[in-house]
Design a binder for this molecule. Structure first.
Ligand code: ZN
Length: 127
């Protein structure tokens, strides 16, 4: 497989995964545009001949595989991950202020004070 980039890592739970951007030469993704290996801690993304938006969605897709695996749902369905990956990309595209806590706080005019540590939840209407 031909790796075409510098080292990039992403964190999923307690693990740092290496993100590997690859071209089509030697790609063994078995029909997919990405894959994640929980033993080698690598996220492989096919980037050649793909729009960046597709790579973005694939990256989210593979991260959801990682999140579900870590949560003990190792037998999750591909359909579920497909829906989550496409869904989060749509939510982020349509609501960019949902992309980070800082942007969220700015959009809603929230301050840190009076909110749970690390979050902006009010506790009033969550669930
Ligand atoms: Zn998948």
């Amino acid at each position: 497989m031909a790796e075409i980039q510098k080292q990039i890592t992403t964190r999923i739970g307690p693990h740092d995964y290496e993100v590997v951007l690859e071209n089509a030469t030697g790609w063994d993704g078995r029909g997919s545009d990405g894959r994640i290996n929980h033993r080698t801690l690598k996220v492989h993304l096919l980037v050649e001949c793909l729009e960046a938006a597709c790579v973005f969605e694939t990256a989210w897709h593979e991260h959801f595989h990682g999140v579900l695996e870590l949560a003990g749902f190792g037998d999750h369905s591909e359909q579920m991950v497909q829906a989550l990956g496409a869904g989060i990309v749509q939510v982020l595209r349509d609501n960019p202020w949902m992309g980070s806590l800082e942007a969220f706080k700015e959009h809603l005019g929230l301050e840190d004070e009076g909110h749970p540590r690390g979050g902006a939840r009010t506790g009033a209407d969550d669930e």
